[in-house]
Structure formats: C-alpha cells, structure tokens
Design a protein around this ligand. Structure first.
Ligand code: SF4
Length: 354
C-alpha cells in the first residue's frame, strides 16, 4: 500500500528511504521538492533519477488539498481559503497581509470540542483531528496562491484557525518539525505561534521541546466565574494554572507568553476588567493582546466600542502591562478571530453518523 508522503515524520522518512536503499541525502532532496517547490508528482523532481522517481511513485502518494473557495477581503488585507479534504469536509485557513509580512492562520482540527461561546468553530462541535498532511497542505495551498500572484511567500504561521492545536499534539508537533526543517518550510521558531485555550499538559510538553515557538493563551477574563461561562475548558484548567504555566514557559524558553483577550461588550470590558487584569498579571512577564470580538451567529455584534478598547489598552499600559490591540482583518469575509466555520463539514459528518 502506498504511504502518504506528507503524513510521514522526518524519522519515518529517513527509515522509509533507507529501507528503499536510497542514500541518506535523498529524503532531503525530495522534501525540498514537496514543501519548497510544492510539486505534486515525483516525475517533476528533475534532479532525481528516473528509476528512483519510479520507485518513489510506487511507494508514496502525494496529495494536494483543493481550494474549494476563496474569499478576498474588501481591504485586500486578508484572504480566506476553504480547503477540501479527502472526506469532502472543508477546513478554513486565512492569509493575512501586513506590509512585508504574509501570515498563514491555519487550522488543526475539524471543528473543536472546547466550545468557547464566542467562536463559530466551537459551535460546530468536534469531528476529528487534522492529519499532518492536512495541516501542511494548508501552507502549501497558500504558498501556491501567493506564488501564482507573483507575491512573496509566507513569512509567519499562526496556529489560530479552526480547532485547538494542542489537543492534536502529535500531528501538530510532526507538522512543526517539517515547517522548521531546512529542507521543509525552513521557518525559525520565532516565526511560528501556537494559540491555546489553555491545555496545560500540552503546554508543558511543548515547553520541554525547546522549539522556541511563540505561545498565545486565550484568557478573555480575569476571574474564573466569567471565564468558565465563555470558555468551559476553564473548569479543567483555571486561570491560576494558566498564569503559573505562562511564567514557567517564559523561564524555560525565554519567550514571553501573549495573553489574548477577546473584548466582549458588557462581559469583560471596562474599568472592572482593567483592574482585574492588572491584579492578575502583576509581576508576570507577558503581553496582552486585546481583540475586538467579531460578530458571530450566537450573539451578533458583540464587540466593545473602539474607544472603550483603546481606553482599556491605555490603562493597562499605564499600569505596567504591555498591552496591544489586534487589528481585525478579514471580518467582512468571516475570516477574523472566532469566525471560522464550515457548514459543509457539519453536513459531511452529521450525514455520516446517520
Ligand atoms: S476559540 Fe479556539 S479553543 Fe475555543 S472553541 Fe474556538 S477554536 Fe476551539
């Protein structure tokens, strides 16, 4: 049976190529063709002998995700891709433009089981983890698109799309290995950020791996009562645990954690919030990123006013916390934070279950 090339980890690739009797440089050569030149057939690999290409084609299959739909934001600062998977489900990924930066916001699960109330993906429920091939396929698809437009390729990657990457640790980790390999996408850890609702055991694992990745923890409140209301995962990993792990992450990796804070009108904004956050983050080496909440089907438009959010940022900064405001991109194409979803995937899986 043919193996999916893009589902193989680097140790598995080394083993597979050695079993085929190939010299040790060959897997690197092929990796470059697949992830840097993004070919989808072995016969396109012109510096590999015809005989070897035939052997490889007999053992491995190369699969590219189809772009099933593409939406471009009015301001041209975001593009949302719907990628069709082999089971016909669709995942969404977003390309964000910022001056010289091209950032891919990619998905790691089909749906999400953590059920944050302000998030469309959470409302889908959880269907399955994405494979390594499906995670990497999003990057290949976006780079293909950028290249076709004569644009520069991706410079940054954020695991902030559909799903909780740290709940799909093995595939996330294997994908990151290819993303960082010099023959793969060749990204440094500083160019990659993983966002989590606070899955503490996986943060501990990540911390020990010495990958130098950026870590963003979705905080969204300064007290457990209100956080549990909007993020059920808080009942398992409450705020104190997150603060502790953020400090450990900084001490172990030297990288400050970013706390993300989706500002929801009347729920977690205003002076009480500012005072609560200042008390909570006092002495913690971190940043806080205020994110205007984006419209979602459950609540409609739930964002606090720009004035209120900028007032919060100023007061937090004055109180000694490094506070920034996230510029919302792709809201008009439902590609901003908390807006990714796929009715097609729900249909595929609901029908499959009947
Ligand atoms: S915000 Fe993240 S963790 Fe929460 S439901 Fe949405 S995708 Fe899942």
């Amino acid at each position: 049976m043919q193996l999916s090339f893009k589902n193989l980890t680097i140790p598995q690739l080394k083993d597979a190529f050695s079993t085929l009797g190939e010299p040790s440089f060959r897997w690197k050569q092929v990796l470059k063709w697949v992830y840097q030149k993004r070919v989808d057939r072995f016969d396109q690999m012109s510096n590999v002998s015809k005989k070897t290409r035939q052997v490889l084609a007999g053992h491995f299959r190369l699969f590219k995700l189809d772009v099933s739909n593409l939406l471009i934001s009015r301001k041209n600062d975001a593009a949302k891709f719907g990628f069709r998977l082999r089971d016909n489900a669709i995942i969404e990924s977003v390309l964000l433009y910022d001056k010289n930066r091209r950032t891919a916001c990619i998905s790691s699960q089909l749906g999400c089981g953590l059920g944050c109330t302000f998030c469309e993906t959470g409302k889908m429920g959880f269907f399955r983890n994405l494979s390594q091939e499906e995670i990497l396929g999003q990057l290949i698809g976006i780079n293909d698109y950028l290249e076709s437009r004569g644009d520069k390729l991706l410079s940054n990657i954020v695991f902030m799309g559909m799903g909780e990457a740290l709940s799909n640790y093995a595939n996330f980790r294997a994908a990151v290995e290819i993303i960082m390999d010099e023959n793969g996408f060749c990204f440094g850890g500083r160019k990659i950020t993983v966002s989590t609702a606070g899955v503490v055991p996986s943060i501990k694992r990540l911390m020990k791996e010495n990958l130098n990745l950026g870590l963003a923890i979705s905080l969204n409140s300064w007290n457990n009562k209100s956080r549990s209301r909007i993020m059920p995962v808080n009942r398992k990993y409450p705020i104190e645990t997150l603060i502790k792990i953020a400090q450990e992450y900084f001490q172990t990796t030297g990288r400050r954690v970013t706390f993300e804070y989706v500002v929801i009108e009347g729920h977690n904004d205003g002076n009480d919030a500012v005072e609560g956050i200042l008390r909570l983050l006092n002495g913690v080496t971190c940043k806080i990123n205020l994110i205007p909440a984006n419209p979602c089907s459950a609540y409609g438009d739930i964002s606090s006013s720009e004035r209120k959010i900028s007032d919060m940022a100023q007061k937090l900064s004055a109180g000694g916390i490094n506070a920034t405001i996230r510029k919302s991109r792709g809201r008009d194409i439902c590609g901003a934070c908390g807006q990714l979803s796929s009715t097609e995937s729900i249909c595929v899986y609901k029908n499959a279950k009947v």
